[in-house]
Design a protein around this ligand. Structure first.
Ligand code: ZN
Length: 97
């Protein structure tokens, strides 16, 4: 998998975990809010001018609009904790590097 595809895949996993845990949506689907957030984040990822893309926290641009950035950070916090509990450090590592 290329880096950007991997970023996209991980992003999707994080949002799905969050939506299922917080909003009670069935596995494999997203509520409208989370679907919107995912679409926005994918769009930012597609347009990221950096190659290779740095971890977002190290990026000089911070391309997310503040409202979305706050939401994505909450998703990362919540799902990050869940992944630690599930022993999925392989996914998490990508964000902590
Ligand atoms: Zn949701």
């Amino acid at each position: 998998m290329k880096d950007r595809e991997k970023d996209r895949y991980i992003l999707e996993q994080f949002i799905h975990i969050y939506c299922r845990g917080k909003h009670g949506t069935p596995r494999g689907s997203l509520c409208p809010d989370c679907a919107d957030l995912l679409a926005y984040a994918e769009e930012r990822l597609r347009r990221c001018p950096h190659d290779p893309k740095p971890a977002c926290k190290n990026c000089p641009i911070h391309c997310y609009r503040p409202a979305y950035r706050e939401r994505i950070r909450e998703v990362m916090r919540y799902s990050g904790k869940r992944l630690i509990l599930q022993g999925r450090l392989d996914l998490l590592w990508h964000y902590l590097r």
